[in-house]
Design a protein around this ligand. Structure first.
Ligand SMILES: Nc1nc2c(c(=O)[nH]1)N[C@H]1C(S)=C(S)[C@@H](COP(=O)(O)OP(=O)(O)OC[C@H]3O[C@@H](n4cnc5c(=O)[nH]c(N)nc54)[C@H](O)[C@@H]3O)O[C@H]1N2
Ligand SMILES: Nc1nc2c(c(=O)[nH]1)N[C@H]1C(S)=C(S)[C@@H](COP(=O)(O)OP(=O)(O)OC[C@H]3O[C@@H](n4cnc5c(=O)[nH]c(N)nc54)[C@H](O)[C@@H]3O)O[C@H]1N2
Ligand SMILES: [Mo]
Length: 760
């Protein structure tokens, strides 16, 4: 372990910290000096580096060792084995599956956030190993905004560029008059940026926009989605009805002749078709403000006023990523873009549209993006892939066909699943169904550092180190600060980095040289650094040499001379800088999408009734918003002190409106049962008037703790539906969910999530 001549420094998705270590034991993570608004999330790791939740050696499920391959996952004890035994077992399984069934029978999409660190990226290491032996079935797109990843390219061109180039907060403070936030700008989310954070800027950015005179509108069922200080007007619409509101606003703009005809003419195609839909020429239903008011359950005058306010100044329309994680999640993005096109301010400072200002710290940070090199994954010889959230469907229906963005995909027959750096028992919907799907493969391998539900549902568990137990570099395009990640402590127990885990198996399979290319982890890190440094130099970004970087521990990429303005070049000259859509313009109507002929995603933005919402009468009258947690990143560190301190009576909190609680005779702090036809979970009730009546809110992240259909610990994904957003994107639709709530049985079943399994 190298000890630098400076304070230790580490970094992760929630920020950079100085580890304080005495006698080999981590006592504290002190926030990085440059961070003016550090997140408490990181401290959650200090008390769980060892103890009952830490996986300290390779483990194999007892029943699996005894030949009961498919039954007992998640319920059985584990047998401790040596690395030699584990490597041999894994190599043997891989060999057996690929020779008997072919490499496409191995699923290693391995979706998930894992940890920051450019080299020790769990998924890249795993994929590189599997590519050395012929490849695997993969997944495409994300749980974050899959619907946008597929629809936005048809409408605006590449989606990634759309949010990495989101108009800066500096441009908003300078020129916006109105910031209309569909889904708010929740500060809880700005704690995070994928790959590392040097300084948290979201809160300060909102404050300076407010101080500069920008008015805010928070369109969300949750008031706290915009900080109180910006004094936003709150429009508490029904969840999953944003598209109807956008159509109503569009109709109002058009009927008041407030839309920008020149912009629509020069920069967009298909407005006439959309206009006839808005006017109800085909279905007899004008998508008027009255029509929208009824669907969203908002006062009609508020919709009319908002349309006029939007047209009377410089307006930024902000659409949260959460809007895409809903049934027909393609529509609010398409309708939002169409609305911005009608206002004609796309490409102007402080105007137009922005994707995900509230999603992560870096969105809205004007910066020069470091062109960071990645660990090469090699070439995958298997073409099979699924849209990421169709995992349970694939496992349960081998050979079935599905629509996906104009293609037909056939599900492969998966015999072996390998996950490194993600937690499907966190991220997937309808977890009781996922658990059933998990009984299909013959082998499930998981690299993990803690005994969460993913590890507990595996057959072979390979213990990974945390970022604090290995050296790495946090180079990221999502933050100006680039830092070292020092090794602070020795690996706990027999844990190894994902690289070393994969290397051991590569050796067993005779592909060690192909996997390592004879480079050590430090050689690779220097290689990634040097390749990045060369590309950075071409973009006139100065990076220190490796030794200076290691000596100081960090550097900051200089800010750009001017604020970032999304689609500025297109605006300035749409002929010289066309969009990468078929017409080169904004496609309010897309012939491509229309030609797919999907009833659940026609060729222009449309209101399509969601599977579950408050406009549908059912025996589950509450809409559950399962949004991102404030005290952790997804399921990461749910077992740590920061997350556990925020639990209510020992379970994840569920927030409910006072009138809904009174109607059910429920009191703050009591344990409740949240349920629907898919499952149930126990949660701790919090009463809050910061919610729309009829809406309940429960963050994601509590470790799944199944007792039959019940999750004892409060994981909302036992309740959410596992349905693709549409035939176009097949994205997840977690935020489309109705539930009922009642008092929990007394006594409620005890939480077992943090006990770890029985080990033999
Ligand atoms: N209901 C509902 N569900 C949702 C969402 C929602 O809004 N509502 N949001 C969705 C979204 S946007 C996302 S992105 C997903 C997130 O889903 P995931 O990214 O799968 O969630 P994480 O908990 O971050 O999982 C990362 C896992 O990697 C492990 N890990 C950390 N470091 C390492 C390492 O170095 N090596 C290895 N091998 N493992 C490591 C962690 O312990 C953890 O188990 O959830 C989705 N699910
Ligand atoms: N602390 C923390 N921060 C995170 C994460 C985390 O796990 N923890 N996860 C990160 C990841 S992976 C992602 S993808 C981003 C996600 O970023 P977002 O998608 O923005 O995050 P959410 O918190 O799910 O949703 C934002 C808000 O949308 C509101 N909302 C829900 N449904 C509706 C609706 O139908 N209409 C409207 N108008 N509003 C609605 C909710 O009240 C919610 O607070 O967050 C990132 N940031
Ligand atoms: Mo995400």
């Amino acid at each position: 372990m190298n000890k630098p001549n400076r304070p230790l420094l580490t970094n992760n998705h929630w920020g950079a910290y100085h580890p304080e270590v005495k006698d080999g034991v981590l006592s504290k993570l002190r926030p990085f000096g440059e961070d003016t608004d550090p997140s408490p999330i990181g401290s959650g790791i200090v008390d769980v580096l060892d103890g009952p939740t830490r996986i300290t050696s390779p483990m194999v499920r007892k029943g699996w060792l005894e030949g009961r391959r498919k039954t007992g996952r998640g319920d059985e004890p584990f047998v401790k084995v040596s690395w030699e035994q584990a490597n041999a077992l894994v190599a043997q399984e891989l060999e057996r599956v690929r020779t008997e069934y072919g490499n496409q029978a191995i699923f290693a999409g391995s979706y998930g956030w894992a940890s920051a660190g450019r080299f020790h990226h769990a998924q890249s290491q795993l994929k590189r190993l599997l590519n050395c032996i012929g490849g695997f079935t993969k997944s495409v797109n994300t749980y974050s905004y899959a619907a946008a990843e597929v629809v936005v390219p048809h409408v605006l061109g590449n989606f990634k560029a759309m949010f990495t180039d989101t108009t800066g907060w500096d441009s908003i403070a300078k020129d916006s008059t109105l910031f209309v936030a569909f889904g708010g700008v929740a500060l809880k989310n700005g704690q995070i940026a994928a790959g590392g954070v040097g300084c948290h800027i979201q809160q300060a950015s909102l404050r300076s926009a407010k101080a500069a005179g920008v008015d805010f509108v928070n369109i969300s069922p949750v008031r706290g989605d915009l900080m109180a200080e910006v004094e936003a007007d709150w429009m508490a619409l029904r969840p999953s009805t944003d598209t109807a509101l956008m159509l109503g606003l569009a109709h109002e703009l058009m009927s008041q002749n407030l839309h920008d005809r020149d912009f629509l003419e020069n920069y967009a195609v298909g407005f006439d078709i959309y206009a006839s839909y808005l006017n109800g020429e085909n279905d007899g239903i004008p998508k008027s403000a009255e029509w929208a008011a009824e669907i969203c359950d908002l006062p009609v005058q508020d919709i009319r006023d908002l349309a006029r306010r939007m047209a009377s100044g410089r307006t930024m329309i902000s659409v949260a990523w959460s809007l895409t994680r809903q049934d027909h999640g393609e529509q609010p993005y398409w309708a939002g873009i169409a609305l911005a096109a009608m206002l004609g301010q796309i490409g102007l400072s402080g105007g137009g549209i922005g994707f995900g200002y509230g999603a992560e710290n870096q969105v809205g940070l004007s910066m020069r993006k470091l062109p960071v090199a990645a660990m090469p994954q090699g070439r995958n010889s298997v073409a099979d892939h699924i849209p990421v959230a169709r995992i349970a469907d694939m496992l349960q229906n081998p050979g079935a066909e599905i629509d996906f963005n104009g293609k037909r995909l056939t599900y492969p027959d998966i015999k072996l699943v390998w996950w490194a750096g993600g937690n499907p028992f966190h991220h997937h919907q309808d977890l009781n169904n996922l658990r059933a799907a998990w009984a299909r493969p013959e082998a499930i391998i998981v690299n993990e550092w803690c005994w969460n539900s993913n590890a507990r549902h595996a057959d072979i568990v390979l213990p990974a180190t945390t970022t604090l137990e290995r050296a790495d570099i946090a180079l990221t395009p999502h933050d100006p600060y680039q830092t070292v990640m020092d090794q602070a402590i020795e690996p706990v127990g027999e844990a190894k980095s994902d690289h070393d885990i994969c290397k051991g198996i590569a050796a067993q399979m005779g592909v060690e040289n192909a996997f390592t290319e004879d480079k050590s982890p430090e050689d690779w890190q220097r290689w990634i650094y040097e390749v990045t440094r060369q590309s950075a130099a071409r973009e006139e970004i100065d990076m220190p040499d490796w030794d200076s970087f290691q000596d100081k521990g960090w550097f900051k990429v200089a800010a750009p001379a001017k604020p970032t303005i999304l689609l500025q070049a297109f605006r300035a000259d749409p002929v010289a800088n066309p969009l990468s859509t078929p017409s080169g313009k904004i496609e309010i109507f897309s012939e491509t999408v229309a030609a797919f002929g999907y009833v659940d995603c026609p060729g222009h933005p449309a209101w399509l009734e969601p599977l579950e919402w408050l406009g549908k009468v059912t025996d589950c009258p509450l809409h559950l918003v399962s949004n991102q947690p404030s005290t952790k990143l997804h399921s990461q560190l749910d077992h740590g002190s920061v997350s556990r301190a925020a639990k209510v009576s020992g379970r994840e909190a569920v927030y409910m409106h006072p009138e809904d609680a009174a109607a059910r005779g429920l009191k703050s702090g009591q344990l409740v049962r949240v349920f629907n036809k898919r499952g149930a979970c126990i949660a701790g009730l919090q009463i809050s008037d910061g919610l729309r009546k009829g809406v309940v809110q429960m963050p994601t992240g509590a470790w799944y703790d199944p007792d039959g259909e019940l999750c004892r610990n409060g994981n909302p994904n036992v309740l959410t539906p596992d349905k693709g957003t549409s035939s176009l994107a097949q994205g997840p639709s977690a935020l489309t969910c109705l539930v009922e709530i009642a008092a929990a049985p007394d006594p409620a079943p005890a939480v077992r999530a943090y006990d770890g399994p029985v080990i033999i």
